[in-house]
Design a protein around this ligand. Structure first.
Ligand code: ASP
Length: 323
């Protein structure tokens, strides 16, 4: 894999390869003494497995530069931890204090970073498609990983969500996966849709009218018109954060009333989809997409499992890209 720009460009086999590698890293990273996994091989076997996996990677000479132009907790920290676990060098690039503020172009900045020894760029940016555009502009052999570009794509989020679902369900084929909330501004929704469709899931969307994309017909999904009907008997409910930073004035006004109708509570979940797996890419707005009490309940636990899997998926991606 040269770059990771968009799920749409990955084959099913490439997705499986990333997830398999992430699962290997997870197995090797976890400490059986803390009861994190059911590993029956004993501590010494476990340590050998870990050593073999880590030594097998070719990352020690790699340098990643994390370029985050939008705020992030999970994605940025997990890329940092992943790179560290792989023995890579990591630069946490600060756009505000860099020479971009003196007018240097992004392309020139990247060329310079390459000449300092950087070979992998992890880019988060507010502009749609920027990772694709800049990867074509830069002719030096840098690998690009899209860590979220505007409202367009967030491929590592979709991969870590898929890994979590495989752990819980074994397969997503023919599973009813309902994606709910601010669909129109969500890159998470688009990347998950692309991946889940490829893997044979039945993807449903529910969004209030003000968060329904104008081009909804281009989304290969079933559009629901009622929240409770949408989540009924779902295998998975994936809630999306309201993207307050991307809303126009009118949308912001409407969004103030979102929680009155669409906040998911334990009672609502128990009534319509008691067995559903509950997911959220984070950050969660407590009391908006879901009640605080639901987030803190055992059902909310999967959301932290998603976060943990993010480290291993990002290890697999950092290892896998070759500029
Ligand atoms: N963290 C995810 C993203 O960067 C989801 C969100 O912010 O709502 O897209």
């Amino acid at each position: 894999m040269k770059n990771l720009i968009d799920i749409k460009r990955l084959t099913k086999e490439e997705i499986d390869t990333i997830i398999t590698r992430a699962a290997e890293f997870k197995t090797a990273s976890q400490d059986p003494a803390r009861g994190e996994i059911n590993y029956t091989g004993g501590i010494s076997d476990f340590a050998r497995l870990g050593e073999r996996l880590y030594r097998a990677n070719s990352c020690a000479n790699k340098t990643a530069c994390l370029m985050f132009f939008e705020n992030s907790t999970r994605t940025k920290c997990s890329f940092l931890i992943a790179a560290d676990k792989l023995g890579m060098n990591v630069i946490d690039f600060n756009a505000q204090t860099s020479s971009l503020s003196k007018g240097e172009t992004l392309k020139d900045t990247l060329d310079n970073l390459y000449y300092m020894g950087v070979n992998t760029i992890v880019l988060r940016h507010g502009e749609d498609d920027i990772t694709d555009k800049i990867s074509k502009e830069v002719t030096l052999p840098l690998a690009f990983i899209n860590a979220g570009d505007g409202q367009n794509a967030h491929p590592t989020q979709a991969l870590l969500d898929y890994m979590t679902l495989l752990e819980k369900l074994g397969t997503v084929e023919r599973k009813k996966i309902v994606i709910v909330g601010d669909v129109s501004h969500s890159r998470v929704a688009k990347s998950n849709l692309a991946l889940l469709n490829k893997m044979g899931a039945d993807v449903h969307f529910f969004a209030p009218e003000y968060f329904t994309p104008k081009n909804k017909g281009e989304y290969a999904a079933i559009w629901e018109t009622d929240y409770d009907t949408a989540i009924s008997d779902a295998d998975v409910i994936m809630l999306l954060r309201i993207q307050t930073e991307r809303l126009n004035g009118e949308e912001s006004e409407m969004a103030k009333h979102y929680s009155e109708k669409y906040c998911l509570t334990s009672e609502r979940l128990a009534k319509y989809a008691p067995d559903a797996i509950l997911m959220h890419p984070g950050p969660v707005n407590r009391g908006v997409e879901m009640s605080s009490e639901l987030l803190d309940s055992p059902k909310g636990r999967t959301i932290l499992e998603q976060v943990r899997n993010g480290v291993y998926v990002r290890m697999a991606v950092l290892e896998g890209v070759k500029g």
